[in-house]
Design a protein around this ligand. Structure first.
Ligand SMILES: Nc1ncnc2c1ncn2[C@@H]1O[C@H](COP(=O)(O)OP(=O)(O)OP(=O)(O)O)[C@@H](O)[C@H]1O
Length: 246
C-alpha cells in the first residue's frame, strides 16, 4: 500500500485496495471498489462522477468513516479534522424550525450560533428562521441543508448529489450559492454528481469512476477561472475537453 504522507488540515489520503459487499440472493460478492488511491490537497473542490452503481456513494461513506468494512486506509490530515456530510435528501428534522435544525449542527455553547442569522441571509432564507421544513420547497430545504453544512466550518465537506431532482433554475441558483459559500471559506469538498455540466462548473478537479474497473479511470484538473464558471460556453467547452472519451 502506498505511503500516506500529507498531514495538512483539510488534506485527505484515500487508499481502498478492495471493498466488497457480502453476497445476497442471486448477487455474488464482487469488488465495488478496487485499487483506489487518491490524494487531495486542502481547499480542493473534487467532484466524483461516473455511472449509476459505480461506487461513488460507497467511496464517500468510506471517506466519512460510516463504512469501515474495506481493505485500505483513509487518512484525514491535521491533528483533528472536522468533517461535514450533506446528503441527497436535506434530512431536516420536521419538528424543528429552520433555525433549530441549523443550531443542532453546533455543539452546545458554540459561538457560531451568533452567525446563524448571517448564514440564513446568505443562503436566501432570511425571514424563514421560524418556519418548519414542511413549509419550505425542496430547493429551500436544500438551502437550509447548505447553511447547516457550512455553519460548522468543516475542514472537509462531503456532498452526495445535493442538487439532484430540482428544476434547472433552482439547481443553478444552488450551485452559484455553493460557489459563493466555498469562495467565502474554501473548505475541502468532495461532491458526487452524475451531471457533467455541474461537475465542470463546480470542480477544481474531477475524478471519473468506472463500473467495469470499480476504480478511478480519469483524474482531471478543471481549467476554468472563477468567472468562467458562470459562462455557459466556457463550461461546455471544458466539459467537451474532459469528457471527450464518452
Ligand atoms: N449496503 C449494500 N449492500 C450490498 N450492495 C450494495 C450496498 N450499497 C450499495 N451496494 C451496491 O454497490 C454498488 C455501488 O453502489 P453505490 O451506491 O456506491 O453506487 P453509486 O455510484 O453511488 O450509484 P448512484 O449514482 O446510482 O447513486 C451498486 O451495485 C449497489 O447495488
Amino acid at each position: 500500500m502506498a505511503a500516506v504522507t500529507d498531514t495538512a488540515t483539510g488534506s485527505l489520503n484515500v487508499r481502498v485496495a478492495r471493498k466488497i459487499y457480502p453476497a445476497s440472493g442471486q448477487r455474488e460478492a464482487q469488488p465495488v471498489l478496487n485499487g483506489i488511491s487518491i490524494d487531495i490537497e486542502p481547499g480542493s473542490f473534487v467532484v466524483l462522477t461516473g455511472p449509476s452503481g459505480c461506487g461513488k456513494s460507497t467511496l464517500l461513506n468510506i471517506i466519512a468513516g460510516l463504512d469501515r468494512d474495506f481493505e485500505g486506509e483513509v487518512k484525514l490530515g491535521g491533528p483533528e479534522t472536522h468533517l461535514g456530510y450533506i446528503f441527497q435528501s436535506p434530512r431536516l428534522l420536521p419538528w424543528r424550525t429552520v433555525r433549530e435544525n441549523i443550531e443542532l449542527a453546533l455543539p452546545a455553547g458554540d459561538p457560531h450560533v451568533e452567525r446563524i442569522d448571517d448564514m440564513l441571509r446568505h443562503v436566501g432564507l432570511e425571514g424563514f428562521a421560524s418556519q418548519y421544513p414542511e413549509r419550505l420547497s425542496l430547493g429551500m430545504q436544500r438551502r437550509a441543508a447548505l447553511a447547516r453544512g457550512f455553519i460548522t466550518e468543516p475542514d472537509v465537506l462531503l456532498m452526495d448529489e445535493p442538487f439532484v431532482s430540482l428544476d434547472d433554475p433552482t439547481a443553478q441558483g444552488l450551485r452559484e450559492l455553493l460557489i459563493g459559500l466555498w469562495n467565502r471559506r474554501p473548505t475541502t469538498v468532495i461532491f458526487v454528481t452524475h451531471d457533467r455540466t455541474e461537475a465542470v462548473m463546480l470542480a477544481t478537479r474531477i475524478l471519473r469512476m468506472s463500473s467495469a474497473n470499480a476504480t478511478i479511470v480519469q483524474d482531471e484538473t478543471v481549467r476554468l477561472s472563477p468567472s468562467e464558471r458562470t459562462d455557459r460556453d466556457k463550461v461546455l467547452a471544458e466539459q467537451e475537453r474532459i469528457f471527450r472519451d464518452g
